[in-house]
Each structure stands twice: as structure tokens, then as C-alpha cells.
Design a protein around this ligand. Structure first.
Ligand SMILES: CCCCCCCCCCCCC/C=C/[C@@H](O)[C@H](CO)NC(=O)CCCCCCCCCCCCCCC
Ligand SMILES: Nc1ncnc2c1ncn2[C@@H]1O[C@H](COP(=O)(O)OP(=O)(O)OP(=O)(O)O)[C@@H](O)[C@H]1O
Ligand SMILES: [Ca+2]
Length: 558
């Protein structure tokens, strides 16, 4: 925070101010509506001097209220206690309180820290605790009641332990009540959420697991939301209703890309703190149709060819945990299958940034914010835009692009899909909430070239800067595998304009056949011919997007 910003915030009306003990010194502690801040008092009493910019010990001279978790009376207030390994002198006053807060550490990780203040008497201590907590209770975005689903078999099967040891204590500290369900089988969470859970009583749903578990949860929430709103999701091109309930992800899976791409890390404590602080990050979701039948939603990877085959092969190796992806990945790499088909897509229009621009989505993201504004247009404006959109789609010059080719992989991502294996992800510049997806077409190439492409996902080199790779920012796309009943280019273009027209049926798919299969967030789709449309900000997460700086520390000093 800049000194000027601090000066503005400092001038907010004071709610409480006292002289207290902090780290063996007398300090003036002040609470206003946005922050808690303190200044050391010069004991010569000639003047009160701020530590700001002067003391080596100048850290933590203020805390933003948004970052405070809770204030509590300290049980052993005034007794000897250790802080940073050093014994504090026994303070004059034997009452104290602790302020717990979320602190940014390296690599986008957050940790829970605490500061201790000592008071002159119990009533002063109680007044401070009460006033701070009263202010915190005004932060209405913070959840009070959560429904938690734990997949005990995700990733390395550590979900239950991670939740109990690292997350539940933080929820308890923040007085969040929870109903916890440890799933017994696949789709347990989906069915429970759809049929049994009284979702109205919760402020959010938390899933402890990986991308597959998150997908289960959002499917139920989105089904429910469309049903309640009378929207038929089978109709392709139907505007879907965003889901109100936020979802928290405690990463315990094999890939955890939704968590990583929305928080910058796959750290359970960081995710728990984003939930406790009530952060909110919308994300785009695509809907996948076959003819006029809805198949699934996708938030991470919709992949045909390499990733589809890899996913299908890896399902049989689930017992291996996350290593199954490496084994199946190497196998599919050596198989080197490519598939013929036709991809048609509707490019994202306007002044949107493009997938090769190297301008990642960083919080607060102005590109995603512009999309929010578009969502909040008036009814007339929306109608006008819808008309323009349909005119554009049906225009003779053809807004749709058609590419017929032989592909090693076709990948569509609504978000970057950054994950520990690939810190930039499949499309490093993809935006979380701009209403577009990036369509990556990897054309037939030698194994060596494909390996170069894959390796670039793991370092800073540009995986798109290769002659056989193209990437487009799109709003819709469709794919028809080779044995399509559509025969001529003319028919293809015609068909591509009329999304939802008849497609080929479901032929056998997967490695060794002429069709691959689509992996949709880890689920294999039965059909190869699909139509896909992206929906802007359909789901909200307890997250805040990736902030600038890879190793920022939360500076409380000026
Ligand atoms: C040479 C190293 C290449 C590394 C390439 C890394 C690219 C990683 C991109 C990850 C994108 C994840 C998107 C998320 C998808 C989830 O909805 C889905 C379900 O959970 N997970 C996967 O599909 C699981 C995706 C897991 C991907 C792992 C791929 C491993 C490939 C290994 C190929 C090695 C060839 C080496 C030959 C000598
Ligand atoms: N108790 C259970 N037993 C078996 N499968 C389950 C259970 N609970 C959930 N599942 C299913 O397990 C699948 C995979 O779970 P999850 O995504 O949590 O882990 P993962 O596959 O290891 O991680 P990732 O998806 O990040 O690669 C989900 O699609 C979910 O439907
Ligand atoms: Ca997007």
C-alpha cells in the first residue's frame, strides 16, 4: 500500500482508539471501518512517533479489516509468552487479545498469522474484541455456513486428512459452521446436492478433491439453477442463468487446475483462507452439446486426440494416483495418433486481447471486468447485442471459420488451466471470466515437434509459436470427425452456421479407432461430434484470481 493510500484510509472515522502494549512497547491502536493500525508511543512523552518508515521493526503497522479473520481474548493474557522465539517481558497489564489475519507469503500462498495486544483491564480487552468482531460481521460476503464434500480417493487419497488437519481448524476459528459429507462413490456429491441438500441454508459449497470433484459439484448446482429458472439447457445457444452459490475448492486432486488457475497455487490453507475471507471470483463455463442434447459443462480442459486418449487410458490406472497421467501421457505420446475432422468456430469479436498476447488474467482484471459490465447491460441493450450477434453469425461473409485437418490434439479451455505440472497452463493468456475460450489446434507433426510443444508447457517458451499449432479465442466451436455425413466444403460452411443441426452419430472412439474421444474435465464423452458454447461467469468461486507478482509478500508497513 502506498503512503498516500494509507493516509486516505487513516482518515476514516475512528471507531475505537486506546493506548495498549504491543511487543513490549506502548502503542496507540486505532480501529476504523477499513483497518486496524498502530503507532509506537515515544515514552519520553514529548511526542508520539509513528514507526512508519523509521523503525526496522516497521512491519505490521496496519492490517486491513478485509484481511482480519477474527479477534479473540487471549487466555494467558499478560503471562510470559514467546513470539519469534524471544521471551516478552511480563507486561504491566495481564489482559490481552489476539488478532488473526491472512498474510500473503511467497508464490501466491496465504498463511494465517496472529498479533497479540495487551490491555490495562479486562473490560478494555473485551471492548476491543467486540468492536473488531462487530466490524467483521458487517463484511457480508463472508460465509457463515458451508456444505463440504470430501472425496477420500482424490489424488494421493489425502483429502480427509488435509481437511481435518489444515482446513477445519481455520473454519472453526472463523466460526463457520459446516456440514461435512465424505463421499462413498462417484456422483455421491452430485446426487446429494441435487436431491437431498437444502442448498438455501448454505453460503457456499466446498469440495475437497480435484477437478473432477469440482465438475460434479458445478453440474448439480447448474442443473438446479436452470431447473429453478425454467431454462432448458438442452437448447444450444440458450442463455444460462449463473449460479448464486459460491464454490470453494480445497485442492487434493491429481491436477487441481481450477484451484491453481484461480488462486495461483494448489495450497489447501490458501484456499481455506480465500473461503474464510469471502473472496469471489467468477469463471466462464462452456456447455457441450451433441445435436440438441446437452452432454456436459466444462470449466477446465475439453480435449480431443492426445488428452482425450490419455484420459481414457489413465482411467484404468486410477489406482496409481496422479502418476497415471504421466504413464498414459508417455504411452499416448509414443502412439502418436492423429485424427481427421473439421473444426468450425466463431471468433471472439471486439477489442478483446488474444491468446498470443502474453497478457495473462491478473486480478483485478480489466478485461474480465469489461465482460461483467456487458452482463449488466439493460434489457434493450442485451436485445440489440443479441440481434447484432445473430446477424453476424448468419451474415454471408461468414463469421464462422472452418478448418479441416488432421490433428494430434484439439483443446478448448475457458481458463488457463495452469497447474503444478504447467504453471502457465494450456493457454497462459486465457481469461477466467471474459466469456471466451481458447481453442488450440495441434496439427499433425513429428514426434519431436510435438514433444517440443509439450515441453514448452513446462517452461516460459511459447507453446503456440510453432508452425503446426494455432490458437483462437472463440465464443463457440463445433467439431465433426472425418466420417461426417457432411461431404462438401459448401455443406460444411452451411452447417457450421447452423449450430445444432444433425451431426454424425456416436461411432466407436478412443485410441486405435479413427475417432478419438473428448475428455471433458476428466470425463469421457460418448460422442465425438460436439457443439460447444461458452457462458460468461456462470459459476463463482471463493478465490480472487492470480495477483501480480509471483512472490509477493503482504506488506503491512509503509
Ligand atoms: C514432457 C512434459 C510434458 C508435460 C506437458 C504438461 C501439460 C500439462 C497441461 C495440463 C492441463 C491440465 C488441464 C486439466 C485437466 C483436468 O480437467 C483433467 C481431469 O482432472 N486432468 C487431466 O486431463 C490430466 C492432465 C495431465 C497432463 C499430464 C500430461 C503428461 C504428458 C506427458 C507426456 C510425456 C511425453 C514424453 C515422452 C518422452
Ligand atoms: N468416494 C468416491 N469413490 C470413488 N470415486 C469418487 C468418490 N467420490 C468422488 N468420486 C469421483 O472421483 C472422480 C475424480 O475425483 P477428483 O477429481 O477429486 O480426483 P482426481 O481425479 O485425482 O483429480 P483431478 O481431477 O484434479 O485430476 C470424480 O469425478 C468423482 O466423481
Ligand atoms: Ca475465459
Amino acid at each position: 500500500m502506498l503512503l498516500q493510500e494509507f493516509s486516505v484510509l487513516e482518515k476514516q472515522p475512528t471507531l475505537l482508539s486506546s493506548q495498549l502494549f504491543y511487543r513490549n512497547s506502548v502503542a496507540d491502536l486505532t480501529l476504523n471501518r477499513v483497518m486496524l493500525f498502530w503507532k509506537r508511543v515515544d515514552m519520553s512523552r514529548r511526542h508520539a512517533r509513528s514507526f512508519l518508515c523509521v523503525s526496522k521493526d516497521a512491519k505490521n503497522t496496519f492490517l486491513l479489516l478485509n484481511d482480519i479473520i477474527v479477534a479473540r481474548e487471549t487466555e494467558e493474557g499478560g503471562q510470559k509468552n514467546k513470539q519469534g522465539g524471544k521471551k516478552e517481558k511480563v507486561p504491566l497489564h495481564s489482559y490481552g487479545f489476539t488478532v488473526s489475519y491472512a498474510d500473503r507469503t511467497k508464490h501466491h500462498r496465504w498463511r494465517c498469522k496472529a498479533l497479540m495486544f495487551h490491555c490495562k483491564d479486562k473490560s478494555q480487552c473485551q471492548q476491543w474484541v467486540q468492536t473488531i468482531n462487530d466490524q467483521l460481521s458487517l463484511l457480508c460476503s463472508r460465509p457463515k455456513r458451508l456444505l463440504v464434500y470430501i472425496n477420500p480417493y482424490s489424488g494421493k487419497r489425502l483429502g480427509k486428512r488435509i481437511y481435518e488437519q489444515r482446513v477445519a481448524p481455520l473454519f472453526a476459528q472463523a466460526s463457520i459452521s459446516t456440514d461435512v459429507i465424505v463421499t462413498k462413490h462417484a456422483n455421491h456429491a452430485r446426487d446429494h446436492l441435487e436431491t437431498e441438500a437444502d442448498v438455501e441454508q448454505y453460503d457456499g459449497v466446498v469440495c475437497v478433491g480435484g477437478d473432477g470433484m469440482f465438475s460434479e459439484i458445478i453440474h448439480s448446482l447448474l442443473y438446479r439453477t436452470q431447473r429453478v429458472s425454467g431454462v432448458d439447457h438442452h437448447q444450444y445457444d440458450q442463455d444460462l442463468v449463473p449460479c448464486d452459490l459460491r464454490v470453494g475448492i480445497i485442492p487434493a486432486g491429481s491436477t487441481d487446475c481450477i484451484c491453481y488457475a484461480t488462486t495461483g497455487t494448489n495450497d489447501p490453507v490458501t484456499s481455506a483462507l480465500h473461503i474464510v475471507l469471502g473472496d469471489s471470483q467468477p469463471i466462464d463455463v462452456s456447455s457441450v452439446h451433441h445435436n440438441n442434447t446437452f452432454l456436459r459443462y466444462s470449466t477446465s480442459l475439453l480435449g480431443y486426440g492426445f488428452y482425450g486418449d490419455m484420459l481414457m487410458d489413465s482411467e484404468r490406472k486410477r489406482w496409481m494416483g496422479p502418476a497415471r497421467y504421466d504413464l498414459s501421457g508417455v504411452k499416448m505420446f509414443l502412439n502418436h495418433h492423429y485424427y481427421k475432422g473439421t473444426v468450425s468456430f466463431l471468433p471472439a469479436e471486439g477489442n478483446l486481447e488474444f491468446p498470443k498476447d502474453k497478457m495473462g488474467c491478473r486480478s483485478p482484471c480489466h478485461i474480465c471486468k469489461t465482460s461483467v459490465n456487458r452482463l449488466s447491460l439493460s434489457g434493450d441493450q442485451v436485445c440489440e447485442m443479441a440481434k447484432e450477434k445473430s446477424d453476424r453469425e448468419m451474415s454471408d461473409d461468414g463469421a464462422w471459420h472452418v478448418i479441416r485437418g488432421t490433428f494430434l490434439a484439439i483443446n478448448a479451455v475457458c481458463i488457463s488451466c495452469a497447474c503444478p505440472r504447467s504453471p502457465g497452463g494450456l493457454s497462459p493468456s486465457a481469461h477466467l471470466a471474459d466469456g471466451t475460450m481458447d481453442l488450440i489446434l495441434v496439427h499433425r507433426a513429428s514426434r519431436l515437434d510435438f514433444l517440443r510443444h509439450l515441453i514448452r508447457h513446462t517452461n516460459k517458451d511459447d507453446q503456440f509459436n510453432l508452425s503446426f499449432v494455432e490458437v483462437h479465442r472463440v465464443r463457440q466451436f463445433r467439431f465433426a470427425p472425418e466420417q461426417s455425413d457432411v461431404t462438401s466444403e459448401a455443406e460444411l460452411s452451411e452447417c457450421s452456421r447452423k449450430i445444432g443441426t444433425a451431426q454424425v452419430g456416436s461411432a466407436p472412439t478412443g485410441p486405435g479407432t479413427s475417432h478419438s474421444s473428448w475428455s471433458c474435465d476428466g470425463e469421457i464423452l460418448p460422442q465425438a461430434a460436439i457443439q460447444v458454447s461458452v457462458h460468461c461467469q456462470l459459476v463463482k468461486l471463493f478465490a480472487r484470481g492470480i495477483e501480480w507478482g509471483s512472490s509477493s509478500t503482504h506488506s503491512h508497513c509503509l
